[in-house]
Design a protein. Structure first.
Length: 287
């Protein structure tokens, strides 16, 4: 089991480039990936995105690379014509304004386009240097998510155990509840009809009433959902399925609460609803 939240980092230290890679994520229903790359590496955005998406399925993920240095060949270009033209224009401007000040190199360096540079990049060579660092960053990120996922699983199993204990408690009272229904229904018939009570009529009404108020069917389904939840914990990318099972657990629990007014059953239902809500909050953090 993996948590959707996590953090990972790696260093790239090759002859071509030195960089710091970081990756972090928060909860999200789907995968939302944001890349923050320097212009030098923008050409690799699609490759990096594909590498991450092949391993991460859900979460709001931010991946960034910060260049720290390197030995990439650099070509510097000087636009001499523009430099001469701008220098002449600045002298004319100074003369027109009556300013007796020489034109300095610093004046020209502040003008865009006069001086430019370009790094010669061996695309395949740079990618071969970069991809191990990208995978190392993802590995560190995944290790953190597995660690958080293990803690989440322990909490989920604890909460599921609380639900199971309440189900067993309610199941132990199911026969008692049915017996109470039989006694109460017969008492009401006798209050109204006295000695004219028709046993066949009582049995018919009892069968109809029990069909609406007995909780055995809900208990069976709850036990099945608990077993399904436990089995799903071992699956990869189980978060969405666990959330669906939580909805079913909540549905059956609410039905039991509406059918039974017994104090002990109501208390068990409250415990179950509290545990289910805790599970749903935790499941939202599971990939």
């Amino acid at each position: 089991m993996k948590s959707m939240t996590g953090y990972g980092a790696a260093r790239l230290d090759s002859p071509l480039i030195k960089a710091q890679l970081t990756m972090k994520a928060l909860n999200n229903r789907y995968l939302e990936l944001t890349l923050n790359l320097p212009s030098l590496l923008s050409a690799y955005e699609r490759r990096i995105r594909d590498t991450i998406e092949s391993r991460i399925r859900r979460g709001k993920v931010d991946f960034s690379i910060k260049i720290l240095g390197g030995e990439l060949p650099t070509e510097v270009h000087v636009d001499a014509g523009a430099a001469r033209a701008i220098s002449a224009a600045l002298r004319d401007l100074a003369a027109a304004a009556g300013i007796d000040e020489p034109i300095k190199l610093s004046h020209l360096l502040g003008i865009e386009g006069i001086l430019s540079f370009h790094r010669s990049v061996d695309a395949d060579g740079l990618w071969e240097s970069l991809v191990p660092a990208v995978n190392a960053c993802i590995d560190a990120f995944e290790a953190e998510r597995l660690k958080e996922g293990a803690s989440a699983r322990a909490d989920l199993e604890r909460q599921l155990g609380a639900i199971e204990a309440s189900v067993l408690d309610i199941a132990a009272r199911a026969d008692e509840l049915d017996a109470q229904i039989r006694v109460e229904l017969r008492r009401r018939f006798e209050e109204v009809l006295g000695d004219l009570v028709d046993e066949t009529r009582i049995l018919t009404e009892l069968a109809s009433y029990l069909a609406k108020h007995t909780i055995n069917e809900e208990l069976v389904r709850l036990k099945a959902h608990i077993a399904s939840f436990r089995a799903t914990l071992d699956e990869e990318q189980c978060g969405k399925k666990l959330d669906f099972i939580c909805q079913e657990l909540n549905r059956e629990t609410n039905t039991i609460g509406s059918k039974s007014a017994q104090v002990e059953v109501s208390a068990a239902v409250i415990r179950m609803k509290d545990a289910i809500e805790n599970i749903r909050e935790q499941v939202r953090n599971v990939e």
